[in-house]
Design a protein around this ligand. Structure first.
Ligand SMILES: Nc1ncnc2c1ncn2[C@@H]1O[C@H](COP(=O)(O)OP(=O)(O)OP(=O)(O)O)[C@@H](O)[C@H]1O
Ligand SMILES: [Mg+2]
Ligand SMILES: [Zn+2]
Length: 626
């Protein structure tokens, strides 16, 4: 029975036979090995025997044919074939032609960008029968045995499976012997960061002073795990991820030589998904080709096979967000998830799209700065126009946070959906300077048109960058609301034309020359007034204690003002008894709150702010008062 690892084989067959591989298309990821597919495995005459493949009968033509995954078929054989690593190729080429080749190299960088390929090319360059040369012939016996991985003098060691000190000892043994046929003995250790510390230590001495005929090439994706002692003995080369455009061009060339028809958009989507790794790009291509068979590669199909959000979806999403259509936005996401799009992938891709949107907004001619076709970038520009200044920034900001949170969350979908609702309601982030400039201009216009000039905004006295603290001056704030919160019906003890508030005000006034008493009384709430007894309650103990000191004086004042002998009881406020009269302190706080509210309302109503709202179509989000 064929396993998942045989997928590339199916990929090839599918390319020939439409029905054959449908069911395998999504079976799993591809690997980097050559698979020899004996079509006989499928049974005589290519008909189904032991496999779920419904073969169309084309199979006999391919009996005995081997299939090589694209990544292996298109392994660079010369320095000039190495895409995106020109800096490496150039330095190595120069070193070889000047005969100044180091004995230890460290190739670092992400996966699938040419480290192993470069190591093999370097080995060929050093060993080729025509060399040492920067342009190995590729045809001599030595070049060929290196290319096919069969050279006895060029050993590729997998660091991941030979991690121990014994492995390194064996290697050290071998190092002593002269090469069998080539000029040099080359040790290529892949994933070298996997070596154990003792293995690294065992390697140090040899690496320091290897025999003349030995060259080490280490490759790693995780350079930070390499001990400094090893690093300092090697010449380091950093391999770079490929720009999406370069990768797309490479994939297009390969598709052309494979005679597979494709839409440019489809290739670009694959390239974008590969995120700079050539091998990933080629593996994805294998997978997609396996799916579409002989049909043309379209953007929709690629998006479908890879389960990714294509730019169209991202564009639509942004379009609905800008239109503030929450329902449509959420539906787009739900549909995409139903189609099998990976939500986090989509979230990240959308972040990328918002990034493009922001760039297009900020830079008028941004075609070279974003990864999009001319058509897409024109479309994005129109959308940026719709969004208006400042919105893209705000959307990007919010979405970036949402993506980060979702990545850590157990329920990313909920988070992302809520974040989309939030995006639909997002207000543009305008630079303060811009806003001030516009307000100032507006002020000028309003002033000259005879509208009431704004008194609060005084640009000449306000430092730039600081918003006017209050859009309106205090003077225009209407008189404060009456400070007495709740005035009960006048108690019997008082004459009908007075009330608690009035009596209490006069009591306090009578202590105008005694600030200590007045201050204590400011904290008193009148909570009872009955039959010649007044209850004062306090929320702070110190105020109660203070008032207690002056209790006889307060009683005296009260008796005088009401004309009745009046007793005063003091207690702490329990929160149960509502005061008849709020304390002065409490009233001030309340009044301040009221005042703040009034000032806010007023600010919103202010002609200048309203005009600004009309002009920019935005609403003040928050009004700060000092
Ligand atoms: N710079 C490149 N130019 C052209 N093709 C490349 C490049 N890098 C990688 N490839 C393609 O990807 C395949 C794998 O590349 P290679 O083995 O050199 O990558 P690597 O950097 O060693 O990856 P890893 O870190 O996973 O070992 C190659 O056979 C080739 O098809
Ligand atoms: Mg490698
Ligand atoms: Zn050669």
């Amino acid at each position: 029975m064929l396993g998942q690892n045989d997928l590339p084989a199916f990929a090839y067959l599918r390319h020939q036979c439409r029905q054959a591989l449908t069911r395998f298309a999504n079976a799993g990821s591809l690997h980097d090995d050559m698979i020899v597919l004996q079509v006989a495995q499928f049974g005589k005459e290519g008909h189904t025997v032991d496999s779920p493949v419904d073969c169309c009968g084309l199979c006999p033509e391919y009996a005995g044919m081997s299939y090589l995954v694209l990544a292996r078929k298109y392994r660079p054989q010369k320095f000039e074939d190495l895409l995106g690593q020109e800096h490496v190729a150039r330095t190595l080429t120069n070193a070889i032609s000047m005969g100044r080749v180091h004995h230890a190299f460290l190739f670092t960088g992400a996966r699938g960008i040419g480290k192993t390929s470069a190591a093999r090319i370097l080995a060929k360059a050093l060993c080729c029968a025509q060399g040492p040369t920067a342009t190995p012939c590729g045809t001599c016996a030595i070049c060929q045995s290196i290319s096919s991985g069969q050279s006895v003098d060029v050993q590729e060691i997998d660091g991941a499976s030979n991690t121990g000190v014994d492995d390194v000892r064996t290697l050290r043994e071998g190092v002593r012997y002269l090469p069998a046929e080539a000029r040099k003995k080359v040790y290529i250790i892949d994933e070298v960061h996997m070596l154990s510390t003792s293995a690294f230590n065992a390697l140090l001495k040899t690496l320091e002073e290897p025999p003349e005929h030995v060259v080490f090439i280490f490759a790693t994706t995780e350079v930070h795990k390499i001990p400094a002692t090893i690093m300092s003995r090697c010449q380091r080369y950093d391999f770079k991820l490929l720009p999406s455009k370069v990768l797309a061009e490479h994939l297009t060339r390969i598709l052309a030589s494979e005679k597979i028809a494709c839409e440019p958009d489809a290739v670009r989507l694959v390239a974008r998904e590969a995120a700079g790794s050539v091998r990933d790009g080629l593996s994805l291509l294998d997978q997609v080709v396996a799916y579409v068979g002989q049909e043309t590669l379209t953007r929709e199909k690629v998006a479908e096979v890879l389960g990714v959000a294509d730019r169209r979806l991202l564009f639509q999403l942004a379009d609905q967000v800008v239109a503030r259509d929450v329902a449509a936005t959420l539906r787009l996401v739900a549909d995409a998830v139903d189609r099998g799009v990976d939500l986090m992938q989509m979230a990240r891709a959308f972040l990328g799209f918002l990034h493009d949107l922001e760039i297009v907004t900020a830079v008028p001619d941004a075609d070279d700065l974003i990864d999009a076709t001319a058509e897409e970038s024109a479309e994005t520009k129109v959308l940026a126009g719709k969004a208006g200044k400042g919105l893209a920034t705000s959307l990007f900001d919010r979405w970036a946070r949402a993506v980060e949170d979702a990545a850590r969350s157990q329920t990313p979908r909920l988070l992302l959906e809520m974040a989309l609702v939030d995006l639909c309601n997002a207000e543009p982030l305008l630079p303060l300077g811009d806003l001030l400039d516009r307000l100032e201009k507006l002020e000028g216009r309003l002033g000259s048109s005879g509208a009431s000039p704004a008194r609060a905004v005084a640009p000449e006295s306000r430092p730039r960058g600081i918003p006017p603290a209050r859009p309106s001056a205090r003077a225009v704030v209407p008189a404060r609301a009456p400070a007495v919160a709740s005035v009960p019906a006048a108690p019997q003890a008082l004459s009908p034309d007075t009330d608690v508030g009035e009596v209490w005000r006069r009591v306090r006034e009578s202590f105008g020359h005694r600030p200590a008493v007045a201050a204590a009384l400011d904290h008193a709430e009148v909570s009872g007034w009955e039959g010649g007894a007044v209850t004062l309650q306090f929320s702070q103990k110190f105020a109660l204690d203070q008032t207690a000191k002056f209790k006889p004086e307060v009683e005296r004042a009260l008796s005088q003002i009401t004309g009745t002998a009046t007793r005063v009881d003091l207690k702490m406020a329990s929160g149960k008894v509502l005061p008849l009269l709020r304390s002065e302190v409490g009233r001030e706080a309340e009044a301040a709150q009221l005042d703040q509210h009034q000032r806010e309302t007023e600010a919103r109503e202010h002609p200048m702010i309203r005009k600004a709202q009309e002009l920019f179509g935005v609403a003040p989000k928050e009004i700060k008062t000092p």
